[in-house]
Write a protein that binds this ligand. Sequence first.
Ligand code: SF4
Length: 354
Amino acid sequence: MQIQPLPDDDLDPRDRGGQAQPLLIVEGLRKFFRVKTQDGKPAAVKAVDDISFTVFKGETLGVVGESGCGKSTLARLLMHLIEPDYGTLIFDGEAVDSPDGITVDTLRQQLQMVFQDSYSSLNPRMPVRDSVAFGPLVHGKTREQARAVAKDMLTKVGLNPDLFGPRYPHELSGGQKQRVNIARALAISPRMVILDEAVSALDKSVEAQVLNLLRQLKRSFSLTYLFISHDLNVVQYISDRVLVMYLGRVVELGPVEDIFSRPKHPYTQALLGSRSSMDPARRLEEPPITGDPPSPIDPPSGCRFRTRCPYAEAVCAAEMPELSTWRDRESHVTACHMQNSASGHSLADVMGRA
Ligand code: SF4
């Protein structure tokens, strides 16, 4: 499937570069957390290590990987909730937190986040309509205008504002609280929303309703999503493209159909092989992934997946495989020596042509 850019009529008035300009470009993003090992020596958790990718206007980019792979750290780096060690963010053509670009505050007016834990994201002592109105109030609306925005947003997420607005978070179900969080994120009219495991805590039937709501809101508000989840079925359902992370690095990136029907990286193949499917025709032949990932404090040399990869060879320990290109919508790229005919891996010619 070719991913369709937004029609001109749907472009946000704040749009600067038109459809062809990505909404977000991430280049060389890195975050190491300083820690002490058990014997008291200083060490670094390599949570996100030299990550680059692009998010196009109007798309949903799914981000998958095992827990601890750096997905949530990545989300917080994009929001500048934590400071990156290195790397550049370019939002609609403007560098973030740079003298010639936009400030972090301006970024946060256009980029919002919805977390997994719907309860702790809301102030327990505040009626939910006030939680939704808080953002618009902080961004210069009068109290009356902010209340009107909150009322509208609660309606848009399927909650009757007269019924649910005066309630406190503990009076709502998990699905209702997550709807409030989505209303709160949308209340300041962002252009992009990061959804970090946003439906993971919900029952399956409620999850489906919230996913459909997200798709509908995306169309209504011409939004762009970064959708982080460990649930591959959910990612397949909602995403246009998928980015696969392993131990702080991007190992594969491409259109959702390509990733799910023709995964190239052995890690993606194993990840997909391990997912539950009721349809035998959709089960892949690769064995489920086994064992735990190595410690991000002391990751393997070269390819980080080599300690679990059935195809690992000497070149995999000696050299880190890189993603070849990552800037266009249709590319299906992977960081594996088998996909590079010049790498010296004995299967490179066979797999690289596949
Ligand atoms: Fe396996 Fe080597 Fe490819 Fe890494 S680079 S996934 S170890 S074959």
